[in-house]
Design a protein around this ligand. Structure first.
Ligand SMILES: [Ca+2]
Ligand SMILES: [Ca+2]
Ligand SMILES: [Ca+2]
Ligand SMILES: [Ca+2]
Length: 1019
C-alpha cells in the first residue's frame, strides 16, 4: 500500500491514480499474456540446455580464420586427434625446435585452454607481452602466424628502466612458406563443423622473426606490438631470447589475450578417429585416414544396404567366392601404395593348397595401380605376375558394387547408391599346379594406391574359385558398422531436433548460456518471459524446463498434440509462438470450450529461417551431430533462427478454453517438414489486428503487367485501418504506399499494381492498425522484369574469345533460350583459380541493334563460378570496339537446375542491369573479369544471357481485329505477348491482363460492357 497523501492533494492524486488504473486495466485486457500449459502438453525436448556438454567453439575465444568472430579454421593442439598424434601445434608448455635448427627452442603458452596468443590486427590494434622474469638478450625471436593474409606490425621493446627500442615485423600468413618456419602443424580444425583439414599437407605453420637488441645488457620487461598494415590477423604465440645468437631460451610471458588453440581433450566432434588406418583417397593422408574410404554395410543408417559386405561374409559372383576379412576392427586389407611400410604386403595362406589359378579381389584409389604379384609355393619355387588394379570408380565388370563411401576426417558419406565404388577381380593362371601355394606377395609398381580384400583359388579339376583363408592384413580400410557416425554427438539432451525430428540429428535450439562466448544467443532461460519483437503487446513464457519436454511437436509421423491450459479461462484471441524446419507446415487447431463447443482454425507455421515478421530470434543454433554452432551466432546482421506468432480470433469469448488440439495437415516438404510450439498466450476483450497469410509469397511480372497481392484481415477489434508498404531490394526502410500511379487498394486487403514498373521490384507487406495495436503481414517479393526485347536468338553467330568449354557447355548455350549452361574455362587451364576476362562475341542475326540492358541467369551449380561483373562493348565491324557498359553483378544464389526448360525471367533466377545507350551496333563483345570466388572457381558459367534493347529497323508489332459470326471477334497479333484490356482510355488507364496471345484468339464480347479497348504487350 502506498502511504496516504496529504488531504489537500487527494482529489488530484485520485484522478491521476484512476487514470492510471484505467490505462493499466485496458492494457492488461488488450495485451496477450502467457497461458501456462500443463506439463503433459509438451511432447518433446527440442532445446539443448545450457548445462549440456559444451560446443566445440567454447574451447577457443578466437580463431585464425575468423579472429574474435571465433568461427571457421584454427589450430589444434597435438593429441586433439589421438589417431593422428603428430599433427597439430606442440603440446602447451613444452619446448620445441624449428625444422631447420635444433638450437632454436620455443615454448607455447602453458595451457591450450587458457589465453595462448596475443591477437593484433586492425580491430585489436595493439597489445603487449610481459616477461615474467626480466632478462637481457642480444636477440629476441617472435613466434607468430596470421590468418586471412599477411600483416606488418610495429614493435617496441621496453627495458626495466623504461627505455625502449623499436622496429617493424613482417608477419606471414599461416599458409605461407618462407624460410623462417617455426612449426608445421599438418592439420587444423574448423570450429563451424568440427572437421579436420590440411592434414599432412605441410600447412598450417608458425613462423619466427628475430629482433636485434642494441642494449644487450639491460633486462627486458615487455614487448609491445601495434598493427601497422595488412589484412592478416596476427597471433603471437611465443618469444625466445638469445645472448649469443646460437642458443635460445623460451621466455615465460604474461599478457596473452585469446585462446586460439583447440586443446587436446576437447571433444573430437567432426572426425571419426581410430576406425581405419588407411583410405583409398587422400594423397599423403591415405595412410592416416584423411580421405574417402570404405564402410561396412549397416554403418550408413540412412542406406543400410550400402557399404562393404559384413566382416567374415562370403560373396559369390561369376564363378568366384571371396571371404572378406573376419574382423573390421582389426587390419582387413592388403594395402599397397607409395608409402613407407606399404610398398609390399604379403598374404599368408592359413591352409596351403595347390591351385591351377588364383583370383585377387581388389580396387584402387586415384587411378589404377600396377602391382607385382609373387606366388610362393611350398617347394620353394615362386612365380611372378603383373596385374593392374582398376580404379574404384566406373571401371567395367565389377565383382561387387559397394554403393557408398565415407571420409573419416570430414564425416562425409557420398556416392550412396551411385553404382560406385566397385571391387574387381584379377585372375592369375599358375604354372606350378602341383606344389601348394603358401603365400602371395603384392608390391607397388606405380599408380595411386590399391587394396586387396581377399583371394580365391581354383583347385586342379575344380570349376569354381573358392575362398582362400589368409593372414597378414596390413591395413584397416573399413569403418565398421558399430562405429558411431558422429563421435562426440549431443545425444541425451534433446528428444527431437528441428533438422532431424525424432532422428534427433542435425541442428536445433540451444538455451542462452550454452555458448559462453555469446551468452545472450539462444533461447531465453527456461520459464522466463519474452515479449514479441514484432508485436510488443504479445508476451510469452518460455517452457518451465529445457531438460524435460519443452515443445509441442508435430510432423507427418506424429500428427497430433493436445495443449491443456493449467487454468481454463475465456479468451478473445490466442497466439502460438512457433516455428518449423524444412519449410512451412500447415496445421489445424481445434479449440475446445468448457461449454462443450469447439471451433477449428488452420494456420501456416513458417520456417525458422528468414521469414518476417518474427517474434524472437535466437541468433544461433547448435548442430547435435558435431556439437558446433552455426549461422554466425550472435553477430550476423540477419538474425536466425526465428520464432513466429500464429494467431486466432475466437468466436466463443465467454466459455473457458479447456484444451487445444493441434494437427499436422501437411508441409511443403511432406515428410521432413515439422513444427514446434514453445509457448501460447491469449487475450480477452479488445485486441490488435490479426492478419492471415500474404499471397502470392513471390511474384514475377513483365514491366507494364499487373500484379495483385492479397492478405486477409482475420481478426481484431474494429475499426482496423490497413496500409500496404514497400521496401526496395536489400533495403531496410519500409514506406507506405498510396493509391496513385497505377497503385490501387493500398488501404485494403488487396493491393493491385497496374502497369508494373521496374522500380517496383522489391518487397511488399500489409500493416493493420487499430486502437489496441498493430500487426504486420509476412513479406511478399515482387520481381518486375524488363519488357525490352532480347536482341539475340538461338543460332546467332557467336564464339568464345579465349579458354575452352566442355562439349555440352559451349557458348551457343549462352543464347539457346534454354537453361542449359555456357561454361568457359580460362586460357591457362581447367583448374582454379579463375583468371579473367573470359567471354564471347555475338552478332545478332536481326542486324544492328541498340542494347540498353542485359539479363544474366545463374547456371545449375557451383555458385563460385557466377560472374561478378560484366563488360559489354559494341562494334560494327567486329574489329574496333566501343564500351557500352561495365557493371558489377550480384547474381542470386538460386540455381537454375532443369537444363531442358525454356529460359523465362518470370521463373528462373537472374539479374537485370540497365544502362544508357543510343548507339547501334552489329556485334557485341561480352566479358566477365571476375567470378564470385576467383580462387575457388576454375571457370565462369551462366545459364543464359539476354541482351535487351530494340531493333531500329524492325516493323512495329500490329494488332488487327476481324468480326466473326454470332457476335464474336478475332484478335490477331503479329508478335506473341500478353493481351490486355481496359474499359476507358481516360487516365489513369487500368489495363487488365487477359492472358497470353500468340497468333489469333477469338472472343465473345460481353453485352454489359459498352466499349472495351485491347492491346498486346510484347515482351
Ligand atoms: Ca583452447
Ligand atoms: Ca575398422
Ligand atoms: Ca534439452
Ligand atoms: Ca542457355
Amino acid at each position: 500500500m502506498k502511504p496516504r497523501k496529504p488531504a489537500a492533494l487527494t482529489t488530484c492524486s485520485r484522478a491521476v491514480t484512476l487514470l492510471g488504473l484505467v490505462a493499466a486495466s485496458a492494457a492488461s485486457r488488450a495485451e496477450f499474456q502467457p497461458i501456462d500449459l500443463l506439463p503433459q502438453s509438451f511432447n518433446a525436448d527440442v532445446v539443448v540446455e545450457k548445462t549440456a556438454p559444451p560446443p566445440l567453439p567454447a574451447f577457443v575465444t578466437a580463431t585464425m580464420d575468423g579472429g574474435t568472430n571465433n568461427n571457421a579454421w584454427t589450430f589444434y593442439e597435438q593429441g586433439y586427434d589421438p589417431s593422428r598424434p603428430n599433427t597439430g601445434l606442440p603440446p602447451a608448455g613444452t619446448d620445441f625446435s624449428t625444422p631447420n635448427d635444433p638450437n632454436r627452442v620455443y615454448r607455447l603458452a602453458p595451457s591450450a585452454a587458457e589465453p595462448n596468443a596475443l591477437l593484433v590486427y586492425s580491430a585489436l590494434p595493439q597489445g603487449k607481452l610481459t616477461f615474467q622474469t626480466p632478462t637481457a638478450y642480444t636477440l629476441l625471436s617472435i613466434v607468430s602466424a596470421a590468418g586471412s593474409g599477411t600483416a606488418v606490425l610495429d614493435y617496441t621493446v621496453r627495458f626495466t628502466d623504461d627505455t625502449t627500442e623499436s622496429g617493424t615485423l613482417n608477419i606471414y600468413d599461416w599458409f605461407n612458406t618462407p624460410f623462417e618456419i617455426a612449426w608445421v602443424a599438418n592439420g587444423r580444425v574448423n570450429t563451424d563443423n568440427g572437421q579436420l583439414g590440411a592434414l599432412y599437407s605441410g600447412n598450417p605453420k608458425l613462423f619466427y622473426a628475430d629482433i636485434p637488441i642494441v642494449n644487450n645488457t639491460k633486462p627486458i620487461k615487455e614487448v609491445e606490438f601495434r598493427y601497422s598494415s595488412g589484412n592478416g590477423r596476427t597471433a603471437i604465440f611465443a618469444i625466445s631470447g638469445s645472448q649469443d645468437g646460437v642458443t635460445w631460451t623460451p621466455v615465460a610471458l604474461a599478457g596473452f589475450t585469446h585462446d586460439v588453440i583447440i586443446e587436446a581433450g576437447a571433444p573430437l566432434t567432426g572426425v571419426l578417429s581410430g576406425y581405419t588406418t588407411v583410405v583409398l583417397d587422400g594423397g599423403n593422408g591415405a595412410t592416416n585416414s584423411a580421405g574417402n574410404g570404405f564402410y561396412e554395410v549397416g554403418f550408413n543408417r540412412d542406406a543400410p544396404s550400402t557399404g562393404l559386405p559384413a566382416a567374415g561374409t562370403t560373396v559369390t559372383n561369376a564363378g568366384r567366392a571371396f571371404a572378406f576379412a573376419p574382423d573390421y576392427s582389426q587390419n582387413n586389407v592388403f594395402f599397397v601404395g607409395p608409402y613407407e611400410g606399404y610398398l609390399t604386403a604379403r598374404a599368408n595362406l592359413v591352409n596351403p593348397a595347390a591351385y591351377q589359378a588364383l583370383s585377387v579381389l581388389n580396387c584402387s584409389g586415384n587411378g589404377p595401380v600396377t602391382l607385382n604379384v609373387v606366388v610362393y609355393h611350398a617347394d620353394s619355387t615362386t612365380e611372378s605376375f603383373q596385374i593392374d588394379s582398376p580404379d574404384w570408380f566406373n571401371q567395367p565388370n565389377p565383382f561387387y558394387v559397394v554403393n557408398g563411401r565415407f571420409n573419416p576426417s570430414t564425416l562425409g558419406i557420398d556416392a550412396v547408391n551411385s553404382g560406385n565404388p566397385r571391387l574387381y577381380t584379377n585372375d592369375i593362371a599358375l604354372a606350378n599346379t602341383a606344389s601348394p601355394v603358401t603365400a602371395v606377395e603384392f608390391t607397388y609398381l606405380g599408380g595411386g594406391r590399391a587394396a586387396v580384400f581377399a583371394l580365391a583359388g581354383l583347385a586342379p579339376g575344380a570349376d569354381m574359385f573358392l575362398p582362400v583363408e589368409v593372414t597378414g592384413y596390413n591395413g584397416d580400410a573399413v569403418v565398421e558398422a558399430s562405429a558411431p557416425r558422429f563421435p562426440a554427438a549431443l545425444t541425451n539432451v534433446t528428444t527431437v531436433s528441428m533438422d532431424g525430428g525424432t532422428n534427433n540429428t542435425g541442428n536445433t535450439w540451444y538455451e542462452q548460456g550454452y555458448y559462453p562466448l555469446i551468452p545472450d544467443s539462444g533461447l531465453p532461460a527456461a520459464g522466463s518471459l519474452v515479449t514479441s519483437q514484432a508485436q510488443p503487446d504479445h508476451h510469452y513464457r518460455m517452457p518451465a524446463s529445457y531438460t524435460g519436454p519443452n515443445a509441442v511437436f508435430v510432423d507427418y509421423a506424429h500428427p497430433e498434440a493436445n495443449l491443456i491450459p493449467a487454468r481454463p479461462q475465456p479468451y478473445s484471441a490466442l497466439s502460438f509462438l512457433s516455428a518449423t524446419a524444412n519449410n512451412n507446415v500447415t496445421n489445424e487447431v481445434v479449440i475446445q470450450y468448457a461449454d462443450g463447443t469447439s471451433e477449428t482454425n488452420t494456420f501456416v507455421s513458417r520456417d525458422w529461417f528468414n521469414n518476417e515478421p518474427f517474434a524472437f530470434s535466437t541468433r544461433g543454433r547448435v548442430n547435435l551431430n558435431t556439437r558446433t554452432l552455426n549461422n554466425d551466432p550472435g553477430r550476423t546482421t540477419t538474425p536466425n533462427p526465428r520464432l513466429y506468432e500464429a494467431q486466432f480470433a475466437l468466436q466463443n469469448t465467454t466459455s473457458p478454453v479447456t484444451n487445444i488440439v493441434v494437427r499436422f495437415l501437411g508441409a511443403v516438404n511432406p515428410t521432413t517438414g515439422r513444427m514446434v510450439i514453445l509457448a501460447v498466450s491469449g487475450t480477452l476483450g479488445d485486441f490488435a489486428p490479426i492478419l492471415g497469410d500474404i499471397t502470392p509469397a513471390s511474384a514475377g511480372v513483365y514491366e507494364g503487367g499487373t500484379v495483385t497481392f492479397t492478405c486477409p484481415l482475420v481478426g481484431g477489434t474494429e475499426p482496423v485501418s490497413l496500409r500496404w508498404q514497400y521496401r526496395a531490394p536489400g533495403g531496410s526502410e519500409w514506406t507506405d504506399l498510396a493509391n496513385s500511379g497505377g497503385i490501387s487498394g493500398a488501404d485494403t486487403a488487396q493491393l493491385v499494381l497496374n502497369s508494373a514498373a521496374l522500380a517496383q521490384t522489391g518487397e511488399y507487406r500489409l500493416t493493420a492498425t487499430n486502437a489496441v495495436g498493430f500487426a504486420l503481414s509476412g513479406v511478399a517479393r515482387l520481381t518486375v522484369v524488363s519488357s525490352m526485347q532480347d536482341v539475340t536468338q538461338p543460332g546467332d553467330f557467336i564464339y568464345i574469345l579465349d579458354g575452352s568449354s566442355p562439349g555440352a557447355e559451349t557458348v551457343d548455350h549462352a543464347i539457346d533460350n534454354l537453361v542449359q549452361k555456357y561454361l568457359n574455362f580460362d586460357a591457362f587451364d581447367t583448374a582454379a583459380p579463375y583468371v579473367g576476362p573470359q567471354g564471347f562475341v555475338v552478332r545478332p542475326s536481326v542486324g544492328p541493334t541498340i542494347v540498353r540492358g542485359v539479363r544474366i541467369y545463374t547456371a545449375n551449380d557451383a555458385e563460385a563460378r557466377d560472374p561478378a561483373d560484366v563488360v559489354i562493348e559494341g562494334s560494327n565491324d567486329g574489329v574496333s570496339w566501343t564500351l557500352i557498359s561495365s557493371n558489377a553483378l550480384t547474381l542470386p544464389s538460386g540455381r537454375n537446375t532443369v537444363t531442358t526448360e525454356m529460359i523465362d525471367p518470370l521463373v528462373h533466377f537472374h539479374q537485370e542491369v540497365y544502362f544508357a545507350n543510343e548507339t547501334e551496333f552489329a556485334y557485341y563483345r561480352v566479358q566477365f573479369y571476375n567470378v564470385k570466388n576467383n580462387s575457388a572457381a576454375n571457370s565462369v558459367q551462366i545459364a543464359e544471357i539476354e541482351l535487351l534493347g530494340i531493333v531500329p529497323g524492325a516493323e512495329p508489332p500490329t494488332l488487327t481485329l476481324t468480326v466473326g459470326t454470332g457476335g464474336t471477334l478475332t484478335l490477331t497479333t503479329s508478335q506473341p505477348g500478353t493481351l490486355q484490356s481496359t474499359t476507358s482510355l481516360t487516365p489513369p488507364i487500368q489495363w487488365v491482363d487477359e492472358g497470353p496471345i500468340s497468333g489469333s484468339i477469338t472472343i465473345t464480347p460481353s453485352t454489359e460492357v459498352p466499349v472495351k479497348f485491347y492491346r498486346v504487350r510484347v515482351p
